[in-house]
Design a protein around this ligand. Structure first.
Ligand code: NAP
Ligand code: GLV
Length: 312
């Protein structure tokens, strides 16, 4: 029997049962117990999304932590779990495609000025708006890993000129890829649409701030589905207010759920999505999680174990 402590946002027994059911299809001996229950003290592995980390820290039999998403910042947050233990993440092509659909939707909404037409419909205005010349648009994708590389390739398939940015050098067919701070600045200055798909680490925290927004061309579009803490939201709001950033399409926020009093809600040219760009799908992700559990039980390092030194 493999006892797994489970937590996803809150204690959600229905979701726990769904995951247990999917995991048991690959390994019938897996049993999920709520992280907040006494049974969790027997768990050797924890399956987590935004857990109360102090509770996780109290479970002394744990050998490994598995993220219920592709990002792991919610587990590494504030360095509370400071001891060495493998942290595994999901890498699911379903999620990469799902993100790709969301980014394409966002890019096309910008190009076809959906915000403007929404306004016109509300006010019964039947009028063509100024078209953006899509033939000369340049799109920068910041973070071309498991998700960003698929997004970048799919955007090129639509005929867009796409450039990628990563920490280490990358070679992706059809996409000019760059790394390093200087190249980050070049992309900020030369692109029309900026898509952030970076993991949250000390190096990417607040990376989109007044300085970076000011480097972007006047009228740029900013799309963020990485993490909220990569953006200084007050700086984004100022730049959206002035029209320097003509549209911002956001899926992630410094505080989630986005507080009711956030100024982002009030901004006409900001589109708010509630962290749904690429949701974890138990159907497609269960097999790799069951495999990770098996690896840990057999003393092997599972695929998609993160590198703690770089934080993703
Ligand atoms: P990944 O495979 O680890 O790719 C991350 C990419 O970011 C890599 O290209 C990496 O460079 C680059 N990177 C990391 N640190 C960098 C730095 N300091 N400077 C420049 N580039 C840097 O991650 P993924 O699976 O694609 O996921 C990326 C993020 O998307 C997740 O961490 C999560 O925050 C977010 N996400 C959001 C949703 C949503 O619904 N909104 C869903 C899933 C994931 P290298 O290639 O050189 O390593
Ligand atoms: C979602 O944000 C994820 O990291 O999978």
């Amino acid at each position: 029997m493999s006892i797994i402590a489970f937590f996803s946002k809150e204690s959600n027994i229905e979701l726990q049962n769904l995951w247990e059911n999917r995991l048991q299809a690959y390994s019938p001996s897996i049993r999920l117990v709520p992280l907040l229950s006494n049974e969790a003290h027997d768990a050797t592995i924890a399956l987590l999304w935004k857990p109360p980390l102090e509770k996780v820290k109290k479970l002394s039999n744990l050998k490994c932590l598995i993220s219920l998403g592709q990002g792991v910042d919610h587990i590494l947050k504030d360095n509370i779990i400071d001891y060495d233990m493998p942290v595994i993440r999901i890498v699911d092509p379903f999620m990469a495609k799902s993100m790709s659909h969301w980014v394409i939707l966002s890019v096309l909404n910008y190009i076809r000025d959906t915000f403007g037409y929404d306004y016109q419909q509300k006010n019964k205005i039947y009028k063509a708006r100024k078209e953006i010349d899509f033939t000369s648009l340049k799109i920068a994708v910041y973070g071309v890993g498991a998700i960003g590389s698929v997004v970048a390739k799919d955007l090129t398939q639509l005929g867009f000129e796409v450039e990628g940015w990563s920490r280490t050098e990358k070679n992706i067919s059809g996409i000019n890829c760059y790394s390093g701070e200087n190249r980050f600045k070049v992309l900020l200055k030369s692109s029309d649409i900026h898509v952030c798909l970076l993991p949250l680490t000390p190096a990417t925290k607040n990376i989109f701030n007044n300085l970076s927004f000011k480097m972007m061309k006047h009228g740029s579009c900013f799309i963020n589905a990485g993490r909220g803490e990569q953006v200084v939201e007050e700086h984004l709001i100022v730049n959206c207010k002035s029209g320097h950033i003509s549209s911002a399409i956001l899926d992630v926020y410094r505080e989630e759920p986005l507080p009711k009093n956030s100024k982002l809600w009030e901004q006409q040219n900001v589109r708010i999505w509630p962290h749904v760009a690429a949701e974890t799908n138990p159907e497609t992700a269960a097999k790799q999680i069951a495999n990770a559990i098996k690896c840990i039980e057999n003393g092997k390092m599972p695929p998609n174990t993160i590198d703690r030194k770089v934080g993703y």
